[in-house]
Every structure is written in structure tokens, then in C-alpha cells.
Design a protein around this ligand. Structure first.
Ligand code: SF4
Length: 440
């Protein structure tokens, strides 16, 4: 392997969740800070980092394919291949044994320190280090990690095994980071973690700060952040206090991503989700008790072992009842080492795919219905950039996270928060015009 000072350029490939994407942003900044050059394509890089995901087998298969690609590239030129993230954590040195083209395997806890790892040949750490910032220069919207890991052990999920148990980041670290981000012009933050609403940090004076208390402290400390979002929240930890905060605090967006997974209480029990359909309905009902405007997006898994047609109907019914505006939909894929692999009633891929298609079709209709209801409404918009398709238009997104395009005007600037009226829907994109008065 080359010595670190001989490295010139790097290339990062990212798979899986938002947390991985955010952590790749940090790695990217770290490499640049240490004088490396970002390669435009992998073929030009001296170091390639695959930031992997283990949640689905299909993701791992793709990564094996990429490792094969780099193995071939290594026969032509000098290259250091580093595998990090959940797949690295799951397979550890087995990965290197199976594929000697891999030079380094770095687990999730050490991911952020890859450069130091290369420099010092550091040993594997037992502690997760939170990135100081996921921010990229010029961003208006960014992620702020508040916790890592998960204690829930849903029966299908590998995350607690590869990311470890929950660790909550110190409150002061979080607030200081958000204050710094606001000074750099950031308008929107998404608090990030596997299970944000189980955040619990014990301060030095022994007092416990939970998720609603953290939100209150952030709102109090930082005035210039316009929007606060969070993901992912777990329905079992969704307290009434949190619901009241979402309803009453203007800075917390009226859009909640609340993973339901299934609309059937029997399946939720088999998944070890520790809430039932009734609890999920109640959360949504309470969220909307003061405003029908709160939009809900979700994650849905179909084809879990033992899922019947009736269970699937319950899921479809819940989707309709709630009027989900978007869903991340996927079918059950057994992960080695998780409890659900030994459950009876495993379904064929054919059945799973057919059910997934029904869920996707319904979601398409629900999304289209929702978008139509926005026509004529006044929405709050963050102006993100100039449209790549049409230089005379701006692109932004609404508080409900809908993409919106609108005509460029001299008195509007990127980063402005605007009041707009939705005039039209094109595909899934809204079209708007400035409402009067334009700036809230
Ligand atoms: S809550 Fe369940 S699905 Fe989410 S990360 Fe934890 S174990 Fe996995």
C-alpha cells in the first residue's frame, strides 16, 4: 500500500441511508481539508472508499459487483480500495479474505476517522465519533447527527448489529454546531439518527434531556434557522409532548416522516415494532387534530413472513386513510443473523413483487391526489437554486418537502424564504408564483 503523502485523489461511493450520505459528506470534506483532490470518476482516483449498506441483500450484491470492478481496475493501475460502513462492520476481515483486492476494512465506528486511520494505522475503536459537521460549503439545508445506533431489534433489521446500541450526542455539541451552521447561512436542518425520538442525553448535572427537550433548546438557541426536520422517528416513541411541539412550534416543519412498515397489527408484532395499527392511527389523528395541513410520509415493507392478503389489505387501507404523500416502499429480504429469517411463512419473490407493485400503484395515486390538492394554496418555500432545465426559473422546496419551480425575478435570491401560490402540478413538481406579500 502507498504511504498517505503519496495519495493524490479520492472517490467515494455511497450506498443506503441518509446517515451514510451525510457521513460521506464529512469524509469528503476531511479528504479535501487534508489536501486531496476529489476525482470526478473512479477510474482517476488513488483511493476509493465504498461507504456500504447492509440493510438489504440487494445492496450488498451491488457492492460486491463494485468490488469486482475495482479489482479489475487494480490490475491496470495502483489504487487503494477501502470498504467502510455497515457491510464492513458485518463481515469485517472476512471481506478481505473473500476479496483480497480490498486493502482496508473500516467499521462504522471508525468511518469518520479514515484519514487518521490511514496515517496512524489506528486500531479498531469501540466508540462512535459524531462528525463535527455534515455541512458542505454553500448549503442551505443540511443534516445534524444527534444520535447513532439502535436498541430496538426489529426482527428483520441488521442495524443494531452493525451500528451498535444507541448513543446520544451531547446537547452542547449539537447546539454549537447548529449555531455555526446558521452563521454560515444554513436555513434548514434535519436532525438525524436511526431513532431520533429516543434521544436521551444525561447532562453533567444529572438531568436528562429527551427529544422534545432537545428541540426546545435548539429553537431557543438558534433564531435564524427557519425549518427543523428530523428523521427517522419511531412510532413507539412518538410522545404527545412531541406531537404538541410539532403542532405549536412554527420552526418544526408540518411534515413528518413516520415509518409505519405495515398496517397490520399482527405483522407489526412479528416485526417486533412494539406499536400496533391503532397507535399509528392515533399519532396521525392527534398530529392533524389542529391542522389538516400536516403531511405524512412513511416506509412500507411488504411480503414479511406470514403476511396474508388481509394483512396487505390493512396496509393499503392505512395508506388511503392517512393519505400518505410519499412512501419509501420495498419488499422483505431476509438478512442473515436477524430473527425474522427463522419465522414460518416465508413468501416467494413472485408474491412479494406482486404485492409491492400494488403498494407502489396506490402510492402513485395518493401522491397525485395530494399534489392536486395543493393547487391554489399558499405555501412557504425555500428558494434552493436556479433550475438546470430552465435558466429563467428557480427551484425550491416547500415546508412539506414538495419540489416547486417558479419564475426568476430580480428581487428574489437563492436562500430566500417566500410565500407562494401553487398554480399547477407538472408530474410531481409544483409550479408556483409569488404570493403577496412575497416574504413572510
Ligand atoms: S428501529 Fe428497527 S428498523 Fe429502525 S434501525 Fe432500529 S432495528 Fe432497524
Amino acid at each position: 500500500m502507498q504511504k498517505i503523502e503519496e495519495y493524490r485523489s479520492f472517490y467515494i461511493e455511497t450506498y443506503g441511508c441518509q446517515m451514510n450520505m451525510a457521513e460521506s459528506n464529512v469524509l469528503d470534506s476531511e479528504f479535501l481539508k487534508h489536501g486531496f483532490r476529489a476525482a470526478v470518476k473512479p477510474e482517476d482516483a488513488d483511493i476509493v472508499i465504498l461507504n456500504t449498506c447492509s440493510v438489504r441483500k440487494t445492496a450488498e450484491n451491488r457492492i460486491w459487483g463494485r468490488i469486482g470492478f475495482y479489482k479489475h481496475l487494480k490490475t491496470e493501475r495502483d489504487l487503494t480500495l477501502i470498504i467502510t460502513g455497515c457491510m464492513a462492520e458485518r463481515l469485517k476481515e472476512e471481506l478481505k479474505k473473500k476479496e483480497p483486492a480490498v486493502d482496508l476494512v473500516i467499521g462504522t465506528n471508525d468511518k469518520i476517522d479514515i484519514i487518521h486511520f490511514l496515517q496512524k494505522d489506528a486500531s479498531v475503536s469501540d466508540e462512535y465519533s459524531f462528525a463535527s459537521s455534515y455541512y458542505k460549503e454553500g448549503e442551505l439545508s443540511t443534516f445534524v447527527p444527534i444520535m447513532n445506533g439502535c436498541n430496538n431489534f426489529c426482527s428483520y433489521c441488521i442495524v443494531p448489529y452493525v451500528r451498535g446500541r444507541e448513543i446520544s450526542r451531547p446537547v452542547d455539541d449539537i447546539i454549537n454546531e447548529i449555531v455555526t451552521l446558521s452563521m454560515k447561512g444554513v436555513k434548514e436542518i434535519t436532525l438525524l439518527g436511526q431513532n431520533v425520538n429516543s434521544y436521551a442525553y444525561t447532562s453533567e448535572d444529572g438531568s436528562l434531556v429527551d427529544f422534545p427537550a432537545l428541540l426546545k433548546q435548539i429553537i431557543k438557541a438558534v433564531d435564524s434557522i427557519t425549518w427543523i426536520r428530523f428523521m427517522s422517528a419511531h412510532p413507539k416513541d412518538f410522545s404527545n409532548e412531541l406531537i404538541d411541539l410539532i403542532i405549536n412550534e412554527k420552526k418544526i416543519c408540518s411534515h413528518v416522516h413516520l415509518p409505519m412498515q405495515s398496517g397490520s397489527s399482527d405483522i407489526l408484532k412479528a416485526m417486533n415494532r412494539r406499536y400496533d395499527a391503532e397507535k399509528y392511527y392515533k399519532i396521525v389523528e392527534r398530529l392533524r387534530s389542529s391542522s389538516e395541513e400536516i403531511t405524512i410520509t412513511t416506509d412500507i415493507m411488504v411480503g414479511f413472513p406470514g403476511e396474508t392478503e388481509k394483512d396487505l389489505d390493512d396496509t393499503l387501507l392505512m395508506m388511503r386513510d392517512i393519505g400518505l404523500t410519499e412512501s419509501y416502499m420495498y419488499y422483505y429480504n431476509p438478512r442473515e443473523g436477524t430473527a425474522s429469517t427463522s419465522l414460518p411463512g416465508q413468501l416467494s419473490d413472485g408474491v412479494k413483487l406482486e404485492r409491492l407493485q400494488r403498494v407502489i400503484d396506490l402510492q402513485k395515486n395518493l401522491t397525485a391526489d395530494y399534489k392536486r390538492t395543493t393547487i391554489g394554496k399558499t405555501v412557504t418555500v425555500l428558494c434552493d437554486s436556479i433550475s438546470k432545465k430552465n435558466q429563467d426559473e428557480f427551484v425550491g422546496h416547500t415546508e412539506h418537502n414538495d419540489r416547486i419551480v417558479f419564475k426568476k425575478e430580480d428581487n428574489i435570491h437563492i436562500g430566500d424564504i417566500l410565500k407562494m401560490t401553487v398554480t399547477e402540478v407538472i408530474g410531481t413538481t409544483l409550479k408556483g408564483e409569488i404570493a403577496c406579500p412575497s416574504k413572510p
